[in-house]
Every structure is written in structure tokens, then in C-alpha cells.
Write a protein that binds this ligand. Sequence first.
Ligand code: PLP
Length: 285
Amino acid sequence: MSRIAYVNGRYLPFREASVHVEDRGYQFADAVYEVCEVSGGLLVDRRRHFERLKRSLGELRIRMPMSEAALGIVLRELVARNRIRYGLVYLQISRGVARRDLAFPQQEVSPTVVATARPLNLARIEAQAKTGIAVFSAPDIRWGRVDIKTVGLLPNALARQSAIDQGGREAWLVDKDGMVTEAASANAWIVTQDGKLLTRHADHAILRGITRAVTIEALKAHGLSLEERGFSLDEAYAAREAFVTSATQTVMPVVRIDGRPVGDGKPGPVAAALRREFHRFAEMS
Ligand code: PLP
């Protein structure tokens, strides 16, 4: 079965799905995106993803191309047409097509809307969660507004590749003060030796992950103690547990940082419990 993409109002086979060469998303990364988990054919936390999407668009003064209800219908239709039971949907909205010029187009242009969906291998992700992943640190060389979920991900791609080249799965980004901001495509967490959870406070220097927000709800409901603050790489090396959160892997244990085992080098009980509990706190639609 050929994969179907949504492009500006049409559902098209992949080979026919394309955007204009002067799309500002393509030329300037003048575009935002969202990735939503699909579970049992339903969108996980669609409402929260749309809230963040509207915020990202608003920060860049790109108009919402259609109502939230219509966008929800598009994504659900895409999931159905691609027969996804477990997987992800990707939605990207750019400012639109205009002659190449840094300034915003003078004439109002329609935002470009692209969405794709693909299945994920849940058994493989679960197996990964049982063993945990290795991460390597990399300097955080991104711009100052990574709270806006733009498609400008080159520094993230470079950091991820450098982690992979060293035998890891993910990169943990470290700012100029030696503090971990987040991972290349996830939020970073540790559990300290006295059992406190730490994840960086959400300002302009991290993406406010939807999975991060739901995990915070889950851990509060379980009476776990949380501090939203930056932590150093040394604190991470000394942690009892570490994990990352993102829509497509929920809570994923981290068992090695820069080649050093975290705790006993195995996934810890806090990460495992939060992973088990996660979908009880997520919204399905
Ligand atoms: N941080 C970055 C840089 C990301 O790219 C992502 C997800 O793509 C996240 C955090 C996690 O966000 P979410 O939980 O909404 O998937």
C-alpha cells in the first residue's frame, strides 16, 4: 500500500506529494511542526499539541491555516488512510510560498500545510525501553528561541549524528554554563541520589515537551518530588536514574551518559513506573 500524504487540501500518494521550491519552510526554515503519537488509531494528546502549535505559529506571526477541528479531521483521516494503529503523525505549517526574500511577503500568502503518518514498531520501542539507551553530550549551539517548534533542526541533527557516531542513540545538549538543556529531540531528566526528579525549567532555551507536561502530571499524582531546574553534566553522571521524554518514545530510560553507567547501568524503577503510567494521564482522541 502506498503511503498517503496530505498537502494543502489534498491526500496524495507520496511520489506525487510535493511543495513549491520557493516555500519559505524549505528556504528559511520559516515553518513549525508537531509530532503526535498514534495509539490504537487515535491521536495522543492532540489538544495539547494543537495548543503548542498555535503558540509556535503566533510567535512567528503565521496564521493558523484552518480551524483546530478541521486540522484534527485531516490528521485522523491521514491516520485512517495510512491504516496506522500505532505510529506517529507529522504536521508542518510554513508561512507559504513567496519570491525569496528574508522579509515576510507583503501580499498575504496561504500557509503551506503538509502532514504525513507512519507506523512505528511498538515491540521494538518496548524492547528498547527494557534495555535503555546511551546518550552522549554535545554543545547546545541552537538559536535563542527553541521554545518555538520550528523545522530549523540542523544543530539537533548534528548533535544526534555525533552521538550515533560514538555508539549512542541520542544527544544531550549542554549550554555554555555546562548545564544540560534537553536532548536533540526529547526532554532530559535525572533522578538524584535522594530521589528527586530534575528537568530543566521551561523558558526560551528548551522545547516545552507535551510528554514532559504529561509526565509532570503523572509524577505529581504519585507524590514524587520534582524540581524544574537545569542540572549539570556532573549531576547527570552522579544521578541514580536518567531518562528522556518525547511523543514517540514516551518515557525512555537512559543507562549511559558519555560512556559512564547511570546508577547500576540498568533502567531505573522511577522511569519504568512513569512509562507504565504515562497513557493513563494522556488524552486520546
Ligand atoms: N525537545 C526537543 C528539542 C524536541 O524536538 C522534542 C520532540 O520532538 C521534545 C523536546 C519533546 O517534545 P514532545 O514531548 O512534545 O514530543
